[in-house]
Design a protein around this ligand. Sequence first.
Ligand code: PEP
Ligand code: MG
Length: 586
Amino acid sequence: MNPAPKEMIIDGLGVSSGIAIGIVHVRESGAIAVPEYAVKGAEVDAEVSRLDVALKTAQRQIARLRTKAASMPPSAAEEMVFLLEAYDQMLDDSRLVRGAFRRITDDKINAEAAVQAEINDISQSFAALDDAYIAARVDDVREVANRLIRVLTKSHVKPLNEVPKGSIIISEDMTPADTAQLNPKNVAGFATVLGGAQGHTAIMARALGLPAVLGAPGLLGAVKSGDQVVVDGNQGRVIINPKPATLAAFEAKQAAHRKKLGRLARLRRQPSVTRDGTEISLGCNVELPIEMPGVLSSGATNIGLLRSEFMFMNRDDIPTQDEQYKALRDMVKSMDGRPVTMRTLDIGGEKLAQSMTQDFGDSAQSALGLRGIRLSLKKTELLEDQLSAILRAGAHGPVRILLPMVSTQQEVRKTRQILKKVVTRLKRKKVKIANPLPPLGVMIEVPSAALTADALAGVSDFFAVGSNDLTMYTMAVDRTDEQVAPLYNPLHPSVLRLIQFTADAALRARIPISICGEMAGDPRFTALLMGLGIRELSMSAHALGPVKQRVREIDLSAARDRAVHIMSQTDSGRIAMLLDDFNSLV
Ligand code: PEP
Ligand code: MG
């Protein structure tokens, strides 16, 4: 009889609460189906730059795995770093890379097919040498080729749609687009080696209600498909092959968590008012249509942030205006008169769409590059289509238009001009659109926007504070990078002062202001945000119950006094202490 497998615990970042118990499905990193097509003469250069961009992306992935390896036990770390260095060199210059470029230009085929053809050739030429050392080196080249093909085809987890019910996905990394494909009916939770707590993968996990742990080093080497595993999203732990006693303890915690959710769900019909009678509007953030049933049953009074990126992910082409209109219209209709704030495309950074990045390459991959409104204003035909779709959806219920990543007044003015043109065109064609026209608001999520909030208020109908990016750009901390996760702190006085400055500017200009970053969905921050004058919060549907419960406990004048005290502090540790102390009292 085989001995019971040894229990093992791996720590990471708990990014989505709850406990999942299930059977591991390791994301395949082996060969994948590679599309092959001819590339016309004029498109060869674009295909070459696609491969260039993919090489850089793969090198960035390797660099992240290398930093991550540092937190593994020393002997494992050494071996891992050695291997990753070899991969990095291959991506820099090798027969594989040179051959792939040559095949694109000479054979005029697409980049992924060129990489596949080259690796086939390499494998064949060494197959005759029956040598274990060479076979291992060829395996390494194949690993690098597969990584490149995955980057090029963006086909990380497509087969994961079909995993058996109760599966737990274990993977090196999970992009937001990958996560969007997970089916919560089959997937119980997931854990990855890479990823930070505030990236869109984490947000998506919370939105889908999937317990998740990211940034867990050594995970892939420790599990295999078929193992039993616990993903503890509360503590940020993955327990592999739990002992019967451990399993029983987690089953009890899981039952307690479900019970708590049930209790909170009963608050659904209760009003969201403070103890002294001030109403706080609680809306939902939506990133995928699959969330709509949860939104409708959450008791939300509006959708405060519809991340329109979902329509552009996991596809090679751009959705037509009609396609966008239909998806948005269905959401507006299902909200039955409750307003929907539709954000224009915020693709770029970690949220990549194949159809966009081909045109803009590296810049669209950088958090400081062509993200959000910057990209929309470069691709104005796309913005026009999106505005048209929103205006048309607005004929079925109240909508607002929200612009992401605004950093100057000029961007808002330009968008207004485009909006005007689109309205005139639709009216001329007698297309039914929102009447009155939707308000146009801006996300305050970069320091330049927050520091000129008074000027932006002059050209905007409302503000929505994106505290996720505002924290990232203010602290200069990549929200997806687990290495710097401890520095990512929305309670840093710099971030709070920018929120306060923005709130004051909005109140003076008498325009509505909401918070739709993750701070809004964390009851720890509710009293502070209310004390700073915020009366509208938008969050994932799962967060609505806990936040409403907190709102109903708070006395607004006490929250205001505590906010004044907190804002006079310069140390984030003391700020946290003052806030937690207030939360424990009321
Ligand atoms: C934010 O930055 O806080 C925000 C809500 O936008 P996203 O998370 O989609 O970048
Ligand atoms: Mg943002």
